[in-house]
Design a protein around this ligand. Structure first.
Ligand code: BG6
Length: 493
């Protein structure tokens, strides 16, 4: 693999959680596998006052804690950290950005790096506009040389509804070119998610069945055992629909439902995802079940209710669970229901895509599935990643009795193959200037357009239809309505 061009990565929010848990560990892994540019430095920027040395020593401890797998030696960590620098700056104050310009100039000279800066906004979203404007005011938004460039990676949440997403897009696009804005959705960096494309477009056997003639329904799950942890304050303003559906689940669905692009090219790929989003049948509130967890118990562990979590209002109506059903109005998917299920504090952690194929037209054997069919393709997105194909086979013996069996492929059976984390993959892509796995403005705005009516309805009627479920359970019973309505034939487009 060719290494990315020499560059500086500037991380805003360098003393925060994302930097220590995800960004620096991912950058270390890239360093360890010799994938970083020859001349490369990381410049952490945040308000806290640290010298370079102090920042390195704090991050060394963080790396020891957050790196997965075998822990690297101190020498190896030091060899990485020598490329890490720090600048204490009040990012709200534009006049302080001249210190950033000065530090960048020094680092460029010291490490012989052209005028290439990749910014990472690992900061609260309300700061995106402030930081990008300050970069512009200080001339840090444009390269001064022909071989230079600027790129900016923006974390989610990107807006809180269509209007705020449009405003933010407008703001960023008035400073950086669309091609240079990388809106990150870490789900797209997951190996199994990229494999949806390979599975679909490198194999005739699946692709020829991948349509309304053979597929009965598609389910996409992102269930988590964890609660909101210490993120109550953020989550209160988000809820499961914004936190998981508008971005991660929508993107997964885009990959499952898109047409094959003419070539494997970032723009063509993203055109196809946007086309799917444009074909979504408008949602109505009855298509969505929302719930909030109450206290519960798993084994000896007592789990608190969402309303008792730190940073959460005692009368909060924020949803921690969403189940929804929707349709895509196009020739490939017309009439095929898609379901999303996502929730916190569930009995299991489960992120997977389940393609349910249609049943055979006539039942010959005992034991055949009556609802759905024996055939499912299950793409497991979370670790340990796997793909399973389910089909019916004869139970040994004298009768023709059918049993569902599974053919499984586990990624970890590929010995000696390192599976990069989502952030490693996405950081490397942005360094390379490859935006295939990043969200484009149109897709982003279309995804908000899709869920906005539900958000507005819930805002107007905060309690209406808000169900509850015990922490550690399978979610609100009402989730079953979506399926039952279909079986009983009430479900119409
Ligand atoms: C984040 C959400 O984007 O994704 C979290 O904000 C969620 O609430 C997380 O827990 C899930 O990601 P992963 O990779 O752990 O499945």
């Amino acid at each position: 693999m060719t290494k990315p061009e020499n560059q500086i990565l500037v991380i805003f929010g360098a003393s925060g959680d994302l930097t220590k848990r995800k960004l620096l560990p991912s950058l270390f892994e890239l360093f360890d596998r010799n994938l970083l540019p020859e001349h490369f430095v990381i410049l952490g920027v945040a308000r806290t006052a640290f010298s370079d040395k102090e920042f390195r020593s704090v991050q060394k401890e963080n790396l020891k804690q957050f790196l997965k797998g075998e822990k690297p030696s101190d020498e190896r960590l030091d060899a990485f950290l020598i490329r890490v620098y720090y600048l204490g700056l009040d990012t709200d104050k534009s006049e302080e950005y001249r210190f950033l310009a000065e530090k960048v100039t020094i680092l460029r000279e010291l490490h012989d790096i052209p005028d290439r800066l990749l910014y990472y906004l690992a900061i609260p979203p309300q700061k995106y506009a402030i930081v990008s404007s300050a970069l512009k005011e200080n001339g840090l938004h444009q390269a001064q040389t022909v071989d230079g460039w600027r790129r900016i990676i923006v974390e989610k949440p990107f807006g809180s509804n269509l209007k705020t997403a449009q405003e933010l897009n407008y703001q960023l696009c008035s400073i950086f070119a669309e091609d240079d804005i990388y809106r990150i959705d870490h789900f797209l960096g997951k190996e199994t998610v990229q494999n949806i494309l390979v599975l679909r477009f490198a194999n005739q056997i699946f692709e020829s069945l991948w349509n309304r003639n053979y597929i009965d329904s598609v389910e996409i799950y992102a269930l988590e055992k964890l609660g909101v942890e210490n993120r109550g304050k953020y989550y209160e303003g988000a809820g499961a629909l914004r936190d998981m559906v508008q971005n991660h689940l929508m993107q997964l669905m885009g990959f499952v439902a898109m047409e094959a692009p003419a070539a494997f090219d970032a723009e063509l790929m993203r055109d196809e995802v946007a086309k799917v989003f444009r074909s979504l049948h408008p949602l109505s509130p009855t298509d969505v079940v929302r719930g909030q967890y109450t206290s519960g118990q798993v084994g000896d562990q007592v789990l608190s209710a969402y309303r008792d979590e730190y940073g959460v209002a005692v009368s909060s109506s924020t949803e921690t669970y969403v189940a929804m059903r929707f349709y895509i109005d196009n020739w490939r998917w017309g009439g095929v229901p898609f379901y999303f299920y996502t929730g916190k504090r569930m009995s299991v952690s489960r992120s997977e895509i389940v393609i349910h194929f249609k049943n055979v037209p006539h039942h010959l054997f005992n034991g055949m599935c009556t609802y759905g069919s024996c055939n499912q393709l299950i793409l497991k997105v979370d670790s340990p990643e796997s793909i399973s194909l389910k089909f019916g086979l004869k139970v040994p013996g004298s009768f023709f009795e059918v049993k569902q069996v599974s053919m499984d492929f586990a990624y970890n059976s590929l010995c000696n193959t390192y599976i990069a984390t989502a952030y490693e993959r996405l950081l490397l892509d942005a360094m390379q200037g490859d935006s295939t796995l990043y969200t484009r403005t149109d897709a982003l705005e279309l995804s908000w357009r899709f869920i906005d009516p539900i958000l507005e309805y819930w805002e107007k009627y905060p309690e209406r239809g808000l169900t509850s479920y015990s922490a550690g359970s399978e979610g609100p019973e009402e989730r079953k309505w979506l399926l039952q309505r279909r079986l009983s034939g009430i479900d119409t487009l």
